[in-house]
Design a binder for this molecule. Structure first.
Ligand code: ADP
Ligand code: ASP
Ligand code: MG
Length: 409
């Protein structure tokens, strides 16, 4: 008998029929002699609808109340799924984040899982029950509800699997695995049989939303091997696991895109110590997440700093930077550009293959796509391009690396 933790995302429980389908899948796994804990998201679209209502009432909705509101979406779906299972004769019980012992720390709307006390879950399992756990939520020591950031049910599932020392953790979604690029955009993208934690992490944090990036970090830290597969069919999925030597043979594992990016450039900054700290410090104080950072010195010896952020943060960033400009120099100026997107190629094979950046940039150049900023890590190359060209850019780069054709290690 195996203990299987399954996570069903919003699209997998988006309608009552889909909930019945999930219940039938869980029943099948039980009938094969396994124990199941299912972690469930809110029905597709519900979290966005709740957020929309909150924004209509209050453009600055307090985060404490957002957590109370948004966590209700998952509470609906766990009760509905438990009812559907019971209607099929399965002994199922729901558990909110608090009941599942998920304790969080950090701030409202972006809580971090600190600890899980799985005793109630274990008790239910010992009684032969299936437990349906609300994803995306936990409670602080003081009893405050936290949500875990968008897509946070992935994290709930990985953490529950770790705390129960589950035999298998499956992330069931509306695609049957992790593809070389979003299959909605690159139609000939290929499903990857496996991917390393680091590659999945880089892809997730550069826009591949099939997994929430913090959940991959957590899985790597606690060694939770998990599989991404479909809730609608039984196709083999993608295994996310420790890297092994054969994986390096593949230069690029996948291509990610992230839309709604904006660039801020500050020019005419004296090239002296402490300036970058001043700029980034004031953005950090304003709780603005900066993504790519590029700086250089022009021929007149003055420095310029560019960084990207989500377009929604651009106005706040400009407001936060204004008072600092005068402190940098009397000539310092801000330039901004919105409607950008980021394209990233990811692969651990980059470490041992040269010419990867050249190939990527040449392919984009040949297609007439202008590159803005460039940043690299050991296993990722990211560029900004105009948002209107991002889908073409993804296809061109995908093709240049023959990701549609290559047998994938
Ligand atoms: P869920 O509701 O199950 O959490 P998500 O919408 O969060 O599902 O994630 C699944 C979606 O991720 C897919 O529908 C797909 O369009 C998108 N996606 C983006 N990049 C990829 C990729 N490289 N491989 C697979 N899916 C991807
Ligand atoms: N319902 C939450 C969201 O839409 C959490 C999740 O789906 O994982 O972000
Ligand atoms: Mg998701």
């Amino acid at each position: 008998m195996a203990l299987i933790v399954q996570k069903y995302g919003g699209s997998s429980v988006g309608t009552l029929d889909r909930i019945r389908n999930v219940a039938a899948r869980i029943k099948r796994v039980l009938d094969e002699g396994n124990q199941v804990v299912a972690v469930v998201s809110a029905m597709g679209g519900v979290t966005d609808r709740l957020l929309g209502m909150a924004n209509e009432l209050n453009a600055n909705a307090p985060e404490r109340e957002l957590d109370v509101l948004l966590s209700s979406g998952e509470q609906q779906s766990i009760a509905l799924l438990a009812m559907a299972l019971q209607a099929m004769g399965v002994d199922a019980v729901s558990a909110t984040g608090r009941q599942a012992g998920i304790q969080t720390v950090g701030s409202h709307t972006r809580g971090r899982i600190d600890e899980i006390d799985p005793s109630l879950l274990k008790g239910y399992l010992a009684e032969g029950k299936v437990v349906i756990v609300a994803g995306f939520q936990g409670v602080t020591k003081e009893g405050m509800i936290h949500t875990l950031g968008r897509g946070g049910s992935d994290l709930s599932a990985i953490a529950v699997a770790a705390s129960l020392d589950a035999d298998v953790c499956q992330i069931l979604t509306d695609v049957d695995g992790v593809y070389t690029c979003d299959p909605r955009i690159v139609l000939n993208a290929r499903k990857l049989p496996e991917i390393s934690y680091d590659e999945m992490l880089e892809m997730a944090s550069s826009g591949t939303k099939v997994m929430q990036s913090r959940s991959v970090e957590f899985a790597k830290k606690y060694g939770v091997v998990f599989e991404v597969c479909s809730s609608l069919n039984d196709n083999p999925g993608t295994l996310v696991t420790e890297e092994h030597p054969a994986m390096e043979a593949v230069v690029i594992r996948g291509v990610s895109i992230e839309r709604s990016q904006a660039r801020v450039t500050i020019t005419d900054i004296p090239d002296t110590p402490g300036q970058s700290g001043k700029i980034l410090g004031c953005l950090a104080d304003a709780e603005i997440n900066v993504d790519m950072i590029v700086s250089n010195i022009s021929s007149d010896g003055m420095a310029r700093h560019s960084f990207t952020m989500h377009t929604n943060d651009l106005g706040r960033a400009q407001a936060a930077l204004k008072p600092v400009l005068g402190e940098l120099s009397s000539d310092a100026k801000i330039e901004t550009e919105a409607a950008l997107a980021k394209l990233s190629t990811v692969g651990i094979g980059m470490r041992s293959h040269s010419g990867v950046a050249a190939k990527m940039f040449q392919a984009l150049g040949k297609a007439g796509i202008n590159i803005g900023m460039i940043t690299t890590s050991e296993i990722k190359i990211s560029v900004t391009v105009s948002e209107s060209q991002i889908e073409d850019a993804a296809r061109v780069v995908h093709e240049a690396f023959e990701l549609d054709k290559k047998p994938l290690a």
